[in-house]
Design a protein around this ligand. Structure first.
Ligand code: AMP
Ligand code: ZN
Length: 115
């Protein structure tokens, strides 16, 4: 369920301490250590899923929970003007940590298309 070599698994288990903005049985939200916007929160499943590309119907519960948790965190953090959710998947998608995560970005206007 968790990978002892994975940095986000270490965060999920508490081996690496972070500020826990939101947590339930399936997911955890914490601040990105290199924020790309005034608000930059990461939302992760507590179980080790390497990327969005590794998900399937069996993961619908945790994927749904990530989305609803993101809405809760966005409300909690006052992002009433809007925000962006991003998941980078694989090398061309720009993924650098191989544990599925949503980026919740807010507090400034977002450009489109993304780079
Ligand atoms: P990605 O490039 O989409 O895989 O996103 C990985 C994100 O994880 C980057 O925005 C990093 O700043 C962030 N990150 C990496 N290590 C940590 C950490 N220990 N605590 C918080 N954020 C981290
Ligand atoms: Zn992991």
């Amino acid at each position: 369920m968790t990978d002892p070599t994975c940095i986000f698994c270490k965060i999920a288990t508490g081996a690496i301490p972070v500020e826990r903005f939101y947590e339930d049985d399936l997911v955890l939200a914490f601040p990105d250590q290199t924020p790309k916007a005034p608000t930059h929160v990461l939302l992760i499943p507590k179980q080790h899923i390497p990327s969005h590309a590794h998900t399937g119907v069996a993961d619908e519960g945790v994927l749904g929970r990530l989305m609803t948790a993101a809405a809760t965190v966005a409300r909690d953090r006052g992002l009433s003007e809007g925000y962006r959710l991003v998941t980078n998947s694989g090398e061309q998608g720009g993924q650098t940590v191989s544990h599925l995560h949503l980026h919740l970005l807010g507090g400034r206007p977002m450009g489109w298309p993304p780079g």
